[in-house]
Design a protein around this ligand. Structure first.
Ligand SMILES: [Fe+2]
Length: 217
């Protein structure tokens, strides 16, 4: 059953896993070349997406974090509250893209036995899971993400839409396993306005090894 992430948990929960050096977030290197996902995703899209868009989230998150540190030191509650939007948006953008790059691969792979069992239990078949993920991704109004997440309390897999750059774990508590970025910057240069074709194609480059490792972790 698809749901939409709304609840906001304490900001620190989702930020624990992002790449950082000395308290500064840094742009992670891609685990493959910019052209490696062609023809599904063009080199041009990957280069812009990683080196410009993701870099902007990192830069703006660091700027907001610096202002937050200053506001905390000055006990400036108004400033601290004012910064929450920028932290959520840019920190979320950094978290989401850091997962997204690893979720994709030019190498073919399959879900682990444990993940396959969980998919069958919760979606009846891999085709149903893909159909539900596609519906969630295509149905995002404006910019956002579709996620396959793990509910640690119930042990169930769930498909969820997140608006803008809301990070799945910090906003829902679900563990992100696989995300589909449906911001236009992720596909427009190649797929134009046909988001469903981009979503269909992306299933050919899922790094099921990475998704399975996130599930077992
Ligand atoms: Fe993106």
């Amino acid at each position: 059953m698809m749901s939409i992430c709304r609840k906001v948990l304490p900001a620190s929960r989702g930020l624990a896993s992002i790449t950082s050096v000395r308290n500064k977030a840094t742009l992670p290197e891609l685990p493959y070349e910019y052209a490696a996902l062609e023809p599904i995703i063009s080199r041009e899209i990957m280069e812009l997406h990683h080196s410009k868009h993701h870099q902007a989230y990192v830069t703006n998150y660091n700027a907001a974090k610096e202002q937050l540190d200053d506001a905390v030191a000055k006990e400036d509650a108004n400033k601290i509250i004012t910064l929450q939007g920028a932290l959520r948006f840019n920190g979320g953008g950094h978290i989401n893209h850091s997962i997204f790059w690893k979720n994709l691969s030019p190498e073919k792979s399959s879900p682990s036995d444990a993940l396959q069992k969980a998919i069958i239990k919760d979606f009846k078949s891999m085709d149903n899971l893909k159909a539900e993920l596609k519906a969630a991704a295509v149905g995002v109004q404006g910019s956002g993400w579709a996620w396959l997440g793990l509910n640690k309390k119930t042990g169930n897999l769930q498909v969820v839409q997140c608006a803008n750059q809301d990070p799945l774990q910090a906003t829902t508590g679900l563990i992100p396993l696989f995300g589909i970025d449906v911001w236009e910057h992720a596909y427009y240069l190649q797929y134009k306005n046909v988001r469903p074709s981009y979503v269909d194609a992306i299933f050919d480059i899922v790094n099921w090894k990475d998704v399975s490792e996130r599930f077992s972790a």
